[in-house]
Design a protein around this ligand. Sequence first.
Ligand code: PEP
Ligand code: MG
Length: 358
Amino acid sequence: VIIFPSRITLARINREKSDLARFETQLKQLRKVPAETMDGFRITLAANIEMPEDIPSVIAHGGEGVGLYRTEYFYLNRTDVPDEEEQFRAYNRVAKKLKPDSVIIRTLDLGGDKFNSALEIPPEINPFMGWRAIRFCLERQDIFKTQLRAILRSSCQKNVKVMFPMISGFSELERILKIWEETKDELKRKGVPFYPDMEVGIMIEIPAAVVMADVLARQVDFFSIGTNDLIQYTLAVDRVNEKIAYLYDPLNPAVLRFIRQVINIGHQNNIWVGMCGEMAGDLLSVPILLGLGLDEFSVSPVLIPEVKKVINSLHLSEVRQLAQAVLQHRSADKIRTEVKKLLRQVAPIMLEREEQKR
Ligand code: PEP
Ligand code: MG
């Protein structure tokens, strides 16, 4: 708050205000433009959502479908558990509204930082490493199968994909895929329709899954990298602990090496690789991710225009070079300097905005 601003201060602020308005109008104009580099390389830029009410924002910001539909919000702030019909209605509504763009529904990821009082998940010392997500679903198969039935029924729209979170290895995935097939058989026997060619993917957010990516890739149709968790587990930095937030760095070379590994292994096994963690919307990470060959970025709807503006200012050839170069560096600071150098040349306004945010 500036008390009794001088004429000069007022003039400066008004100037900044109109610059910002002009810039935001420019971003809005990108709504119908595809996310494509200057040399014609097209990627999918999708949105992360939490409920059907988020759809207008996805459309308004020009999102190409949904790369992460976090379904746990159904289960929060209530004392009961949502039934199949309630879930089906929501999934079906989202799929129908966004057709023909894809909608990736992530199965329940409760626990960690998300709880429901009806499910009596006991307090744990390390909830992020505890009884959460798929570990909970494997034990509460009644709840899990209810959700899988709702997802399968919504697949009749033909643009729905399913994704399992917190996969830590092959045997766990095998158990999940067995339940998935059983649920399909049960629906078939009852004559309930679903789309049989629906894509099935997993989130890569545990270091063990990165190490085993070649084995996991043979079981699924796609990977989506969940950097919010992958960074915390890789660097042993609790994602909600402000005291050590300075260590939580997407540009840490260890994180980048893991991401490179997942993308390369995915492609070697002919599956596509996306990212739905916050890193996909981090403007300094975007050029590197693009250069590493990420196929899909899924970010919060409000970030879509900014991410698109950065992608559309870059050449694939230059970001490939950048990715190769930064992966030789030993520190995040050096990597950051190199990305900024490129952004200063090709998207100076975006860099300025990014620096103001920090
Ligand atoms: C992630 O871990 O990156 C992710 C997208 O999942 P969540 O933030 O819901 O744990
Ligand atoms: Mg996660």
